[in-house]
Ligand binder design. Structure first.
Ligand SMILES: Nc1ncnc2c1ncn2[C@@H]1O[C@H](COP(=O)(O)OP(=O)(O)OP(=O)(O)O)[C@@H](O)[C@H]1O
Ligand SMILES: [Mg+2]
Length: 268
């Protein structure tokens, strides 16, 4: 039985321009949409991954967690980054569980090791067990131990890519705060045009036009996101980037609708 991975961007579930503020209203709405999708499609096996938004990115940036351990004061920042991400995850999991959904937090820093900022290992057996039992595993972008540089950042997008390669996944949906991938950043350019479909023909040009993130993002924003998922798309996994701020989009997407945002490498 194949699974769907849904990434909830930190740009969606937090107020990214305000320090450590969850967007409770959006979290509630999205949780209800997930509940509704699972009611309508009870066989759906769902893995959730969320980003850091204004919880993880700033503190990780302040202590340069992504650059590795160079001075003692970073150790506190490393633990603090993990703790603020647990706080954000707690809010989301509480909301899902309040609706009766069996969401289970699987702390990435406890089940992963990186090497030079790249995943060496994620213990996916727990994710598989959780799925087989009918739970909804929830993982998130985290600060993790790194065998080359002490610590580094494991982004939610990187986790998504790894899980999609290592579990039986047919579809990956990225819920973000924009309508999909544009020909330039829609948050800074009002006349940016939405690209409905990324194919081998337009991939290079698209990547040239895409910058990172407008807010502090130690994980590389939209550009890196696309690079992370290209190998998956090449393997035939359906990838779609949608606007999770729009009512009903997560629900429709989980039920299989495919024209909500940008599709990568799949023909409509
Ligand atoms: N060409 C582009 N098309 C779409 N978005 C773009 C583009 N170039 C840059 N961006 C920026 O990418 C942002 C989305 O990436 P960002 O990393 O901020 O969100 P996220 O991955 O959902 O959040 P998080 O990293 O916290 O999980 C948009 O808000 C937009 O400003
Ligand atoms: Mg991001």
């Amino acid at each position: 039985m194949s699974s769907v991975i849904l990434k909830l961007g930190g740009s969606v579930i937090t107020k990214k321009d305000r320090e450590m503020q969850a967007d409770f209203k959006t979290i509630k709405r999205i949780s209800r949409e997930i509940e509704s999708a699972l009611k309508q499609s009870p066989d759906l096996k769902l893995v959730l991954v969320h980003g850091g938004g204004s919880f993880g990115h700033r503190i990780a940036n302040k202590y340069n967690i992504h650059l590795g351990l160079k001075s003692r004061n970073q150790i506190f920042g490393f633990t603090k980054t993990i703790q603020v991400m647990r706080k954000l995850n707690f809010i989301l999991v509480e909301e899902l569980q309040s609706l009766g959904l069996p969401a289970i937090p699987l702390q990435p820093s406890a089940i992963s090791i990186q090497s030079g900022g790249k995943i060496s290992e994620i213990y996916t057996k727990t994710v598989k067990f959780a799925l087989d039992m009918g739970c909804i595993p929830v993982l998130w972008g985290d600060a993790v131990f790194d065998e080359k540089q002490g610590h580094s950042i494991l982004s939610g997008d990187h986790i998504v890519a790894f899980l999609a390669q290592n579990l039986n996944v047919k579809r990956v949906v990225f819920g973000t705060d924009v309508d999909g991938v544009f020909d330039s950043d829609p948050n800074t350019n009002r006349s940016a045009v939405l690209i409905r479909s990324i194919t081998t023909d337009n991939i290079e040009k698209t990547l040239q036009n895409i910058s990172g993130s407008k807010t502090t993002d130690v994980t590389g924003g939209m550009h890196r996101k696309i690079l992370e998922v290209l190998p998956l798309a090449q393997k035939g996994i359906q990838i779609e980037i949608i606007n999770a701020k729009r009512d009903g989009y997560i629900l429709q997407s989980l039920l299989g609708k495919q024209d909500l945002g940008t599709l990568i490498f799949n023909q409509r």
